[in-house]
Structure formats: structure tokens, C-alpha cells
Design a protein around this ligand. Structure first.
Ligand SMILES: C[S@@+](CC[C@H](N)C(=O)[O-])C[C@H]1O[C@@H](n2cnc3c(N)ncnc32)[C@H](O)[C@@H]1O
Length: 254
């Protein structure tokens, strides 16, 4: 179903991503009558830096720094959070990935905008990046913060037979048959789990920072509708190719 917006510069459709700034995209999307049910947001963490990985040069896969790209240099979380609030349905959820150091900043900004903070979730990587094991703990954890927009009943489809653990253990897609097209690509299996718990089949899922298109693939695999934005033309193109390939693979052969 297409979404007509008042200004005809962008004609949104579900099942697509758009090569535009998500702040502008969400502003326009919020003018449509239907809000989205769930937002999965993985904004730039602003953590690109030099490191002392040279001490591990001989190791396979060792890196000499953490440079994710130009997009990881400067970023204002207040801008996208405000637009995300506007586009989300009442009772809808926002799951925001971020670095440990930014968790309290994101919670503070989001709750000032009206979001209700629910829980912090942890993605535990079963195959973390190597580090100097005699000096540090292995960097195997990433944070996700769950918020709800007030005014409606939020979706929580318990997956576990007992309590739902906030620690989700999945391998990162770095080799082992996975096609890696983005430096901070999230595992499709992890996103699928989030979609299953926090949305229902047929719901609309928005990803403002699509990167590799992981949320789109997860939505297709779990019968959710998706829409997303990606500012970087290179990643936009790669994500689109990935989505098209996946769509063809899913389509039944006539
Ligand atoms: C952390 S990555 C997302 C990775 C993604 N979750 C995945 O699994 O591949 C953040 C992405 O946001 C994009 N980006 C940065 N600022 C943006 C903006 N204002 N609007 C849309 N995309 C943006 C970057 O180009 C980058 O690809």
C-alpha cells in the first residue's frame, strides 16, 4: 500500500527503502494517517577510533583501528528521536541500538520527548571480534534500549516458555557463509527475534538507518511490512540489491 504525503516530493511505499535523510523521511512519513507499529533504529554510534590492534598483527582478522566510515563521525540523536516519536503509533515500540556509553543519553533524550523507557536488552555475540586477551575483556556485547509510545497497549509476544531474557545470543554476520556488506551489519536472526517479540504479522516496521538492509530481510522472513531510510548511496544500493535478491529467492517459482 502506498502512502501519499502532502508534498509530492516523496511517494512512500512499504517494502522499500529510500536514499534520504531519515529525519526528513520520518517527518514526511508522519504526515500519513497510518503510523508505524515498530521502529528498529541502529544510528551511528560515533565510535570510530584508532586502536592498539597492531599488537595483534599476526592474528587472522586482526584490525588496526575501528573506522566504520564517514557516517560515524558526527550525529545528533535528539533529531531522529523526535521524528521517530511522531511517526510511531500509540503503544508502538522503539528498539534503539547503541554503545554502552550512550545508553543514559538516549534514555534521557527519549523520555524527554514522551517515550516510556521499558528495558535495556543486550546482544551477546557468540563470535566476537578478537582483542588483546591478556589486557581486556572480549568485546562481545551491544546494547539495545526498548521504549514504548504511551496511549496504547504494547506488543510483547513472549518467545520463551519462562521469562524472556534480555540477553539475546546470536553470531555476528562476519564470515561463515554470511554476506557482509556493511561494517556494523546486524544479524538477521537477531532482528527477526526482536520483530517476533515486539510486533505481529502484517505490522509495519520502520528502520531509519537501514545500512545493509537487515531489518528489511528480517521483516520479509517474518511476514511484517517494512519501510526504511539510508543516507549513504553506496549502502543504499547494496541494501537494495540484497532486498531484491532475497525477494526473488522467496517468490514461488511459477
Ligand atoms: C550503524 S549503521 C546501521 C547498520 C544496520 N543496522 C545493519 O544491520 O546493517 C548506521 C547507518 O545509518 C546511516 N545513516 C547515518 N545518518 C543517517 C541519516 N541521517 N538518515 C539515514 N541514514 C543515515 C549510515 O550511512 C549507516 O549505514
Amino acid at each position: 500500500m502506498g502512502i501519499r504525503v502532502k508534498e509530492e516530493t516523496i511517494h512512500f511505499e512499504y517494502g522499500r527503502i529510500y536514499n534520504v535523510d531519515c529525519v526528513k523521511g520520518m517527518e514526511k512519513l508522519s504526515q500519513s494517517e497510518r503510523g508505524v507499529d515498530l521502529i528498529i533504529a541502529d544510528p551511528p554510534y560515533i565510535i570510530s577510533r584508532e586502536s592498539n590492534f597492531h599488537t595483534m598483527k599476526d592474528r587472522k582478522n586482526a584490525r588496526t583501528g575501528t573506522h566504520f566510515g564517514e557516517w560515524d563521525q558526527e550525529f545528533d540523536n535528539a533529531l531522529w528521536l523526535e521524528k521517530a516519536y511522531g511517526v510511531l503509533k500509540k503503544g508502538g515500540s522503539l528498539i534503539a541500538f547503541n554503545d554502552f556509553k550512550k545508553v543514559s543519553e538516549i534514555i534521557s533524550l527519549a523520555t524527554q520527548l514522551g517515550f516510556i523507557y521499558k528495558d535495556v536488552l543486550v546482544w551477546e555475540k557468540s563470535n566476537p571480534m578478537p582483542r588483546n586477551r591478556d589486557r581486556r575483556y572480549v568485546p562481545s556485547l551491544e546494547m539495545m534500549i526498548w521504549f514504548v509510545k504511551p496511549g496504547g497497549r504494547w506488543t510483547f509476544n513472549r518467545h520463551s516458555l519462562t521469562y524472556e531474557s534480555p540477553v539475546l545470543k546470536f553470531a555476528s554476520e562476519s564470515g561463515g557463509g554470511f554476506k557482509r556488506i556493511h561494517p556494523t551489519q546486524k544479524p538477521v536472526k537477531l532482528i527477526e527475534r526482536l520483530l517476533q517479540i515486539h510486533s505481529n504479522a502484517g505490522d509495519i516496521v520502520l528502520d531509519p538507518f537501514m545500512g545493509s538492509g537487515a531489518t528489511a530481510i528480517a521483516a520479509m522472513n517474518t511476514s511484517r511490512q517494512f519501510i526504511g531510510f539510508e543516507l549513504d548511496t553506496h549502502y543504499y544500493t547494496l541494501a537494495n540489491e540484497r532486498i531484491q535478491e532475497h525477494h526473488s529467492a522467496l517468490r514461488p517459482v511459477a
